[in-house]
Write a protein that binds this ligand. Sequence first.
Ligand SMILES: *Cc1c(COP(=O)(O)O)cnc(C)c1O
Length: 399
Amino acid sequence: MIQARTKDLTWNSKRSFKPAYFAGNDVLEVAHEGYKMYIDENALYGKTSYPSLFRYETEIIEMLVDLLNGPNNSGGSLTTGGTESNIIAMNTAREWAKKYKPEISSPEIIVPRTAHPSFEKGAKILQMKVVRLEKSPNLNVDLVSMEQAVNTNTVMVVGSAPPYPYGHTDPIREIGAITANRNLWLHVDGCLGGFILPFAREFDPSIPDFDFSVPSVNSISLDIHKYGYSAKGVSALLFQNKSHADYTRTSFDDWPGGLYSTPNLAGSRSGGAIASAWAVINYLGHEGYRDIVRALINLRQEFAVGINAINGLSMVGNPQTFQFAFASDTYDIFAVADGLSDLGWHIGRALEPKSIQLMITMSHKPIVEEFLSDLTNISKRVENGTIVSRNIGPVYANG
Ligand SMILES: *Cc1c(COP(=O)(O)O)cnc(C)c1O
């Protein structure tokens, strides 16, 4: 195995801007130690056999509800990742809607152009239809089309905080104005921004209300294994009204094995991931996350100023998190991507507009200048025709 992995990318390489969440070696050590302590415990049996694990899960949910301004009766549970959180939110909305609209036979959800593909996966599994809006005018949610897309089959509407492509938070309050009074479930996909925006708001007044402070928000997903910095395998799904979790819980006892009751999709779950999450959240605390967010806002600013200063390049939109894109009106940005990639930089590519995507973490603090200097040189060579595009398209994940 040591041999086998020699050609692998180092996950937190300074030259990689693909998603990998590094907050410092101290944080990593805490995440690892927590994981290792519970590597063998199965969180499926938390309530019955491992009260400490059950306590961690309960406390994490309490802290997250607090972070996202949940009212007194809000709650939720942990899942194995953002995809599971979003799919369970869809299932909950569908079951909840059955009560109000029992006539619906083909439930639909409306998602902005930029929403994560996990909603498509959920629709496939749950036999629902996704109405994905066709456009993002000014990189924003097409609220007019969103409202027009509502029909008698609609059960749920999604907003992202923020969507993966631009890092600019959807107007959750305005989406809430569409769902309020229509008996539509409003889910906020905060998988990427859930651990950033509550802290970033202190420094960035452009960030709109995105959480339970908007009264029509029914559920929020947020990934602890992203900018929460825990080991992989843990996300949260929060409900404004915790009794709504009952719509999705599976409880069954009509077989010889006895009661099987779980809140989400997974049966056996890693105790390690939950312990890792609890350890990191308690280690960093509000102050710790806030300091990292402030440092990353400054780092993003260094990238943005440097990129905008290069002839022909400009930042896409107004990113509020640490995933952002830059594009060119004058030359082929994917040729620039090829040039960077030949120098060993791992960057993302995106469309609408065609752009290079970077996701930054504390790993990238030491390399801003080197990156900007390479980017300047390569952009010049694309401009004068000495680098041409190899026509490589964008890939988010191909697992
Ligand atoms: C990462 C992400 C997801 C999916 O999360 P996984 O943990 O990869 O399953 C969903 N929505 C957004 C906005 C994301 O960034």
